[in-house]
Design a binder for this molecule. Sequence first.
Ligand code: THU
Length: 137
Amino acid sequence: MSIINTKALLAMAEDARSSAYSPYSGITVGAALLTADGKVYKGANIENASYTPTICAERVAFFKAVSEGERDFIAIAIAGGEADKPSKADFPPCGVCRQVMGEFCKGEFIVIWGNGEKMTKKTLAEILPFGFDKNIL
Ligand code: THU
């Protein structure tokens, strides 16, 4: 699937929010990661009583996909906000998740966030300038 249905992908991210485990922050986040062959891997944030093992929805989606052998990605949609409330219009991915995207995706990878009313669509190059990657090593 080369043409991205951004609304449909964002709807899948919203759907993924319901699987979040976030008793400490009360923030639920869902992600939907689209592969080059049209598969979608969902992820939700998973928190921990020791706080630092917490993992974001985006990395759950990536690690599920990569551990299943996927290497070719087109786009990710992200939806997040307070549990049981509508997704926030502005809920961009954190820096650590951008770094993970940069490991597996080129600059043209599409990153979408928002809700039914407002959606932001950026390339990875726009949101991760001067990323650290394997070419530097
Ligand atoms: N979170 C994500 O899932 N994705 C992000 O990009 C930012 C933050 C989660 C982590 C934590 O469970 C909660 O949101 C509050 O930071």
